[in-house]
Design a protein around this ligand. Structure first.
Ligand code: NAD
Length: 494
């Protein structure tokens, strides 16, 4: 149950190490800003290199403590209790997430917080029902051997997270990591430290042994992020964020040959054929472009529309864009802010670049006029362009804002080539009522996830991840087990 009225959130955000909340040992802090107003609403205590080392040591020690000795059933029980406690404290998580991100409460209450709990429940189920592998093997003496696989936790997992769905994306990694018996050290985004810190209270409330779940706050290079990825006692690193950051982390992971799982950026294409159900396509794509103010890794920034319906599509998408109200908190069509002033500058840089590159601005294109408390928030207008070349900067680089370019196409082969002509490969959507074409085109997309006539319809048991510059590895359901466990084979001669 959630309410709509925000309550005051904590103004001091601490590290969580070995089951206790702590300031940073060097006394450094940074501001926590509410992007909906631009106001500083809290102080975050930054972890020093020594604090990060303490967190990793606590996580290592926990592997040898009660946590490491628990049966799967005991671990599953605790993880299910974490999910239940998040649900019980849903309002606290909602307030914290909305304060950090400025996102609409209806988005956080329908997506972020329930998924935060579901990520624990689902991976508890996966681990509780996981089948094993075994083979009976003939031996040279005419006898038999049995081979069977056992899965063991990898150890201490570093979890480095972005700011767009802070609790959801963090628990997507923490859920399976803990279900598999690992311990974790989280480095939440510097923009959104609250829900990771709050989850420490949940861990203590359900009796999670100390050191299993740790949180260190700070930035990337030269701060907590780099201290964590450089720590030699971290056994594997799971990261969601920008492709460039992934490259920097991979260099650190090379020392000690540590495994990585990466969910990175995208420049996702949508293909709308002339036979599509246009109502469905407009509804799905207006969510895909504008939800969370376009700050969704799976969001669409390139739309290819078959020429006979191009004009009608553009007209209807422009109307859809105009229904969002940046800065009008509480309105059902409230469009939240971008995460920071810096990110708004970046997005506005692309808005200017689009015009430079010859775009026709069909909707938006600038900064909305916002009154009252929200006047200092980091809002931009939902924006739609036509007239951009497929190889323009705006159509090639990830913007991560509420905007897309729309380009016409004439044939299936042409549009498959256009959609795949990118270094990224996270996801795509295909809109058509022709069944054969739907399967054919979806299979031709060089991406990790392709949706047909829908978007962001997630079943947490399915493989999730990207190809090319969009990531390494797959997480979700049993696929997560590949990363969060080491498989050992035992061969017994009978
Ligand atoms: P980011 O890469 O800037 O930061 C992500 C995290 O990495 C933050 O916690 C940051 O402090 C940390 N970090 C930065 N530099 C580091 C370093 N050198 N060493 C260690 N840690 C470092 O990304 P962001 O701006 O927070 O998030 C937006 C990006 O995330 C977009 O590119 C988006 O596409 C991507 N994303 C991908 C997925 C996915 O599932 N593929 C999901 C959400 C977001």
């Amino acid at each position: 149950m959630t309410t709509n009225s925000p309550r005051p959130v904590a103004d001091t955000i601490l590290n969580f190490i070995g089951g206790s909340y702590r300031k940073g040992s060097q006394g450094k802090t940074f501001d926590n800003v509410n992007p909906a107003t631009g106001q500083t609403i809290g102080t975050v205590h930054e972890a020093s290199e020594a604090d990060v080392a303490d967190a990793v040591a606590a996580a290592e020690a926990a592997l040898d403590g009660p946590w490491g000795k628990m049966t799967t059933a005991e671990r599953v029980k605790l993880i299910v209790a974490v999910a239940a406690e998040i649900e019980r404290r849903a309002d606290d998580f909602l307030d914290a997430e909305v304060a950090d991100t400025g996102k609409p409460r209806h988005v956080a209450s329908h997506i972020d917080i329930p998924r935060g709990a579901a990520n624990f429940r689902m991976f508890a189920d996966v681990i509780a029902t996981m089948p094993g592998e075994s083979f009976t093997t003939p031996t040279p003496d005419g006898g038999q051997a049995i081979n069977y696989a056992v899965r063991k936790p990898k150890g201490v997992i570093a979890v480095i997270c972005p700011w767009n769905f802070p609790l959801l994306l963090m628990t997507w990694k923490v859920g399976p990591a803990l279900a598999c018996g690992n311990t974790v050290v989280i480095k939440p985004s510097e923009e959104t430290p609250r829900t990771a810190a709050l989850l420490g209270e949940v861990m203590n409330a359900v009796g999670m042994p100390e050191g299993v779940y740790n949180v260190v706050h700070g930035f990337g290079g030269g701060s907590a992020g780099e201290f964590l990825t450089s720590n030699k006692d971290v056994d594997a690193i799971t990261f969601t964020g920008e492709t460039g950051t992934g490259q920097a982390i991979m260099q650190k992971a090379a020392v000690g040959v540590r495994d990585v799982s990466f969910e990175l950026g995208g420049k996702n294409a949508a293909i709308v054929f002339a036979d599509a159900d246009l109502d469905k396509a407009i509804e799905g794509l207006s969510r895909s472009v504008f939800l969370n103010t376009g700050q969704v890794c799976l969001g669409t920034e390139r739309v290819y529309v078959e020429r006979p319906i191009f004009d009608e599509f553009v007209q209807r998408m422009a109307l859809a864009a105009q229904t969002f109200k940046p800065g009008v908190i509480g309105d059902p069509t409230y469009l939240g802010p971008l995460i920071s002033a810096e990110h708004r500058d970046k997005v506005l840089g692309y808005y200017a670049k689009a015009v430079e590159e010859g775009a026709t601005v069909v909707a938006g294109g600038g900064v909305p006029k916002v009154d009252g408390d929200q006047a200092g928030g980091f809002y931009v207008e939902p924006t739609l362009w036509t007239g951009l070349a497929h190889d323009s900067t705006v159509m090639r680089e990830e913007i991560f804002g509420p905007c897309c370019g729309v380009i016409p196409f004439d044939s299936e082969d042409e549009v498959i080539a256009l959609a795949n002509d990118t270094d990224y490969g996270l996801c795509a959507t295909v809109w058509t009522e022709n069944l054969s074409r739907a399967h054919r085109v979806a299979a031709a997309m060089q991406v990790g996830v392709c949706w047909v006539n829908c978007w962001f319809l997630r079943d947490l048991r399915t493989a999730f991840g990207g190809s090319g510059h969009s990531g390494i590895g797959r997480e979700g359901g049993v696929h997560s087990l590949e990363f969060y466990t080491e498989t050992a084979n035992i061969c017994v001669k009978l």
